[in-house]
Ligand binder design. Sequence first.
Ligand code: GDP
Ligand code: GDP
Length: 465
Amino acid sequence: MLPVVALVGRPNVGKSTLFNRLTNSRDALVADYPGLTRDRKYGQARYGEHDFILVDTGGIEGDEKGIDAAMARQSLLAMEEADVVMLLVDARDGLTAADQAIARHIRQLGKPVFLVANKVDGIDGDSACAEFWGLSLGEVWQIAAAHGRGVTQLLDNALIPVVAELAQVEDEASEALSDILGQELVDVDAIEDEEEAEAIPYADLPVKIAIVGRPNVGKSTLTNRILGEERVVVFDMPGTTRDSVYIPMERDGKNYIIIDTAGVRRRGRIDDTVEKFSVVKTLQAIEDANVVLLTMDAREGLSDQDLNLLGHVLNAGRALVLVVNKWDGLSVEDREEIKRELDRRLGFIDFARLHFISALHGSGVGNLFESISEAFASATQRVSTSKLTRILQMAQDDHQPPLVSGRRVKLKYAHAGGYNPPRIIIHGNQVEKLPQSYKRYLMNYYRKSLQVIGTPIHVEFQEGD
Ligand code: GDP
Ligand code: GDP
């Protein structure tokens, strides 16, 4: 479970600038798929070994009406879901009444908070920031998000130590879950080397499945359909601020754990249907899953939110099964039209299986499990260094790497660097000069040669031996 950091503050203080700076490095995969756009509000950040979810809450002025008030409410909700809050203020504007209103609210939350004064470039930071001490939020961290100044200090000395501590608490919660399930839950994506991978009995691991999608696509209906009439044990993950629900189940002798983002089987709680959908909860479920069932609504067509969620799944590197729900009661013409649209707009995700189902009537639901198992098997398949190197050689024989200033880029060997998603690390000379098109060619070559279905692949390059 990734810690969640909310960025709050008035409009124009530099929240999106800081958001972009902190999340850009994790966007490699989205960049590989031209059909996707970034989610400008929710991103994953990685700093050293530390990952966290960053939420840009949009602006709060403190005196919103109408639509602005609704947006401010979203910001407040995001703060409530967050583990850590970063309040951004503008060092050039000085302290404003809105800053004070937001700070008052934050103090009531009782969460770790960092006060960050932005835009200290070209001004005397210390004197500009003196008045922010009046907000009683402790140290004022001076940065210039646009130029990166002060950002490393902010991360090293403030944010990351807290994020690391939270990650530890969540790890302990994960262990508690393993105990209760009586089954070890292995963080498959944390395994890096082949020897370590050898020791893991992948076939016996319970596959964690996240059922995600925007509101009303039928997640609860699908979850109930999959679980059937069985009495299920619902496990509320302790020690976390979000209400993640983990439901172990068995099917054809294999174990699965459904990560329920819709909260359908939550004990003794009536969900507020308006607020039950939470992007943060969805992102955490994606991160913690092995396989994601991205559920869409046949009647609504593909929305930006569907594509944003897809981007998050790919960025997290999770195995993926695409589900188009509510396939019942549609005319033949409608079905053809929907298939054409999906083909046109999702054609770039040609590696994932696409299922047309009716969660309400149950048709097609059973077949999902074949694709789930197939995707998990692909995501965790172990391939020897010699085989990966042989494929690399064949790929170069079929299509040579380009010349760079008269010298040919030389790719020497490849080995596995991780699982779920499969990571392939290629060593060679001048690898940083390799064009994106050739990298994509290699990725596709590996995908075909290894028959990888249902998961993105990461191909990384290292200079030298
Ligand atoms: P948001 O509304 O809080 O998301 O603010 P933006 O990130 O959109 O930034 C608002 C304006 O402040 C933009 O014109 C940015 O270029 C500018 N800005 C952001 N960071 C800095 C900075 O470090 N220094 C200066 N001088 N301007 C900045
Ligand atoms: P969630 O918000 O994603 O959990 O969506 P729900 O499972 O609550 O479903 C939203 C609405 O869609 C409910 O009225 C369901 O009865 C309906 N629904 C769900 N699955 C299907 C389906 O396969 N076919 C039809 N026709 N309606 C469905």
